[in-house]
Design a protein around this ligand. Structure first.
Ligand code: ZN
Length: 460
């Protein structure tokens, strides 16, 4: 049995530019290649320097979120002949996401706020042309050829739906009689739109697992259905007092989950018909969800979100002059209310008005404007961005538990059923990893739990 080596190529320890190198059976495979949302230029990239000039057999993209995808064109420029594998849905979403990030980087650079873009539109286009979509549940070799049931190449890969967002996949890598599972971002429970992941539990030797919510306990008796009811009630209360609701959302994933929620809550008579506003990127990504509505792992098969909920699109140009009218839902990106995004720009209209509400529905970095606002108190003076005047917080600010990442106990349960020889935790802040490590160690004392410091090759 040859050595298996794993190197964490994230530049920082916390959630950022996810990228991992797996060396197995003499082959080299990179898992994901994200960009750090808080960094600029080279600092936003994973540790790609160490990969330059060395052969790379394959790149695997778990899903199209920026922190997994955002530096892929830079890696593919370094390795012009290496194929990149992903699901077909991820390919379509990644095409839109990559061009959007070039626009964002160019705009920031032109405004003197950021470094030059790390890649161009032309490079994004060329990169997408080289993408190789693979279906779920079938084995392929690293050239992308489908394998027969008993065919054993040096390395085989297989995708399994990860239940996180449209197209998200976990990947099982077989080599040297061992099976390695990389979860990507994963959720074992059904969301409003996506169906929970059902991963194999037999014969997995090594698990490389995300742990975004490792430091976040699930409230006792939590159920998604109850949480949706609480969300609908809060919106109705805001409407009854003549206010509007701002829901900061990620354009990919959370926007479509929210549209689905609005659709089902309306159908149950729990939300009135009301105007819903989303951003341009969310609209483009929702179109892809609608196009694939019949063929993806999801609930409400065939439901056309844009047709059934009929949201209006607000562009970046209109947002500044936009009057906030009562009885409306503004589901605008970004989820973390990053400076110069729609949710950040519109927020000062909501903050000082006690009739309005700002409702959070997912993860926010504690240092992001959304993270800071969640930690602030009613009456505090709050500044959305350095160039925006501070406003007192008088509106209702509330957080709802609609994370697209699985809860930590469901992760431990899965590992407990699988009984792997080794577990590596990635994609989590230090306190999240520490909780997962400690709790897994007491549950499965035989399993080796490895820390994954950036840039250090680990022999497994
Ligand atoms: Zn993700």
């Amino acid at each position: 049995m040859s050595n298996l080596r794993f190197t964490n190529l994230t530049r920082q320890i916390e959630i950022g530019a996810n990228c991992y190198l797996l060396e197995v059976a003499g082959r080299r495979v990179v898992l994901d290649c994200g960009a750090h949302p808080k960094m600029e230029g080279k600092e936003s990239l994973p540790l790609l320097e160490g990969l330059a000039g060395k052969p790379l057999d394959a790149i695997i993209l778990s899903h199209a979120h920026q922190d997994h995808l955002g530096s892929l064109p830079v890696l593919m420029r370094q390795h012009p002949n290496t194929p990149a594998f992903m699901t077909d849905a991820t390919l379509q979403l990644a095409d839109v996401m990559l061009h959007n990030s070039v626009n964002v980087m160019m705009k920031r650079h032109e405004n003197g706020e950021g470094d030059a873009p790390t890649f161009s539109h032309r490079e994004a286009t060329n990169c997408v042309r080289r993408f190789r979509p693979l279906p779920l549940g079938q084995r392929f070799n690293l050239s992308g050829d489908r394998l027969g049931f008993d065919e054993i190449p040096d390395v085989a890969i297989r995708f399994e739906d990860a239940g996180h967002i449209l197209g998200s996949t976990a990947v099982i890598i077989e080599a040297d009689n061992r099976r390695i599972l990389y979860t990507g971002d994963i959720n074992f429970h059904d969301q409003s739109l996506m169906q929970g992941a059902k991963l194999p539990e037999e014969g997995i030797d090594t698990i490389i697992m995300e742990c975004t919510r490792g430091a976040t306990p699930q409230p006792d008796g939590f159920s998604r259905e109850q949480e949706e009811l609480r969300f609908a009630t809060a919106i109705r209360e805001i409407f009854a007092q003549g206010g509007s609701v701002l829901v900061p959302v990620f354009a990919l994933g959370k926007s479509q989950e929210l549209l689905t929620m609005i659709y089902t809550l309306r159908k149950k008579g729990l939300l009135p018909e009301c105007p819903v506003y989303i951003g341009g990127l969310s609209t483009k990504l929702s179109e892809i969800h609608d196009r694939l509505a019949h063929e993806s792992h999801r609930q409400h098969g065939g439901l056309d979100l844009l047709e059934s909920v009929a949201p209006f699109t607000i562009s970046g140009r209109e947002i500044n002059q936009y009057p906030v009218r009562p009885g409306r839902i503004y589901a605008l990106s970004s989820g973390m209310m990053t400076e110069h995004t729609l949710s950040n720009i519109i927020a000062p209209h909501f903050l000082p008005n006690p009739a309005h509400g700002i409702f959070f529905v997912g993860y926010a970095d504690p240092e992001s404007p959304a993270g800071r606002l969640r930690a602030a108190k009613l009456g505090d003076s709050f500044q959305m961005a350095p160039d925006i005047q501070p406003e007192p917080i008088r509106c209702r600010v509330e957080t709802f538990g609609f994370s697209a990442h699985g809860d930590r106990d469901s992760f431990l349960d899965y590992i407990g059923r699988t009984q792997p020889r080794q577990v590596l935790f990635v994609h989590g802040d230090p306190d999240a990893r520490a909780w997962m490590r400690e709790n897994l160690a007491s549950r499965l004392p035989q399993t080796q739990i490895l820390d994954t410091p950036p840039g250090v090759p680990l022999t497994l």
